[in-house]
Write a protein that binds this ligand. Structure first.
Ligand SMILES: NC(=[NH2+])NCCC[C@H](N)C(=O)O
Length: 403
């Protein structure tokens, strides 16, 4: 690890480099009609969301973290011919149609930055007609003919700001994940383009890919060096967790994986909506989960794996990490505050270093409890960002942490 500037071996090691996406035009696509399909619980005020996100990035930079942006990395990867071809090809899985040809022709006219914007923000029929009046060449396409002007020729990706989910990093390299929800699947195609074609990542080994069983980064917690916890629920399947575990064991850097069944509900879509590590021996957790969560320990045995008996999660995590883990509860013990602050991502913290986390300012009770437990809490605003149901951990993909 010495001379590499990537790799993540714990949730709390000093954060050096992180990938974010500043939300923009793709959020302007959200309407009351499409927001739930696009996985938002409200319609964010887009400009304010951008400002809140800048405060998040600023809090990271002020503490010495290098912030990389998806849009810029993508544009740089699209400047590579093969990267551009892969990105455009990822839009289609059928043989050519008149509409596809038209879109391809239009995309060919775009500079890398513009192409990156369209791939994230999407493109409507009307926008295509305005920018590329040759639209009539698609008259032989039924899809084109029947599409309303506001219909999407390229669907927007409003969840791009949750960079946690479409890839994750192990000590030895990156794993592009396989997203479960149709509204998000294309995000991983773009993440792949970045990791495959951006010169910064040229030498990085890949440990998963987006064609495999579904796994989302929000479900994967590196609770201690060499120990992964993987939530199995709405977004990550048991088969996905098993596949990732096997691949992680092959890297030689992970020696235990805890597969943690979680309820298949929106409020608990990922393991990191239920708990996150705030220090080497502390985690913040939705109180009812402490006694409900269980874990199946997986260990490598030669080329295969052994699956142990399910046991209480906190005990399994303490044993695997050889630490007596202390649980700090979200909100208060009455279910109302706990449910509210869990829903608003009170336990979705991002560790900057052991005992130092970024959290939404709105979850005042949880933040107070963290402070009382000796955790330094750096707060950021999130009134608009929270409408997408994700907090500081979901909005960040650590690429490099110190060991
Ligand atoms: N790691 C996370 N908890 N990510 C939150 C993702 C939120 C996003 N709107 C979704 O439903 O997919």
């Amino acid at each position: 690890m010495m001379d590499r500037n990537y790799g993540v071996n714990s949730e709390v090691g000093v954060l050096k480099t992180v990938m974010l996406h500043r939300p923009g035009g793709e959020l302007k696509r959200l309407t009351p009609k499409n927001s739930s399909t696009l996985l938002f619980d409200g319609l964010p005020w887009v400009e304010r969301a951008g400002e809140e996100h800048d405060a998040f990035a600023g809090a990271l930079r002020d503490r010495g973290v290098e912030v990389l942006y998806v849009r810029e990395l993508l544009a740089e990867a699209l400047a590579v011919d093969k990267g551009r071809a892969a990105a455009v090809d990822s839009l289609y899985n059928e043989p050519e149609t008149a509409l596809e040809n038209l879109v391809r022709e239009f995309l060919d006219t775009l500079a890398p930055e513009q192409l990156a914007a369209v791939l994230i923000e999407g493109l409507t029929k009307q926008e295509l007609l305005d920018q590329f009046p040759a639209g009539s060449t698609a008259e032989t396409s039924l899809a084109w003919r029947m599409m309303r002007p506001q219909g999407f020729v390229i669907a927007p990706l409003p969840n791009t700001m949750f960079t946690r989910d479409s890839s994750l990093w192990l000590p030895t390299g990156a794993a592009v994940t396989s997203l479960a929800m149709p509204a998000r699947r294309r995000e991983t195609a773009l993440t792949s383009v970045i990791y495959n074609y951006h010169p910064r990542f040229a030498d990085v080994p890949h440990h998963y890919n987006h064609g495999l069983e579904s796994v989302e980064g929000g479900d994967v917690l590196l609770i201690a060096p060499g120990v992964l916890a993987i939530g199995v629920g709405e977004r990550t399947t048991a088969a996905g967790a098993e596949r990732l575990a096997r691949k992680a064991f092959k890297t030689g850097t992970v020696h235990e994986v805890l597969a943690v069944p979680i309820a298949q509900r929106r409020a608990t879509m990922h393991l990191d909506t239920i708990c996150t590590m705030v220090d080497e021996d502390k985690l913040v957790m939705y109180a009812p989960a402490e006694h409900q969560l269980s874990a199946y320990p997986l260990r490598p045995v030669g080329d295969d794996i052994a699956v142990g008996e399910a046991m209480p999660f906190v005990r399994a995590a303490s044993e695997a990490s050889k630490r007596d883990l202390q649980v700090i509860h979200t909100g208060t013990l009455d279910r109302v505050t706990a449910d509210r602050e869990q829903w608003d991502d009170g336990n979705n913290t991002l560790a900057l270093a052991p005992g130092r986390v970024i959290a939404y300012e709105r979850n005042t009770i949880t933040n107070e409890k963290l402070a009382k437990a000796g955790v330094e809490v750096v707060t950021i605003p999130g009134s608009e960002l929270v409408t997408g149901r994700g907090g500081p951990r979901c909005m960040s993909c650590p690429i490099w942490r110190e060991d």
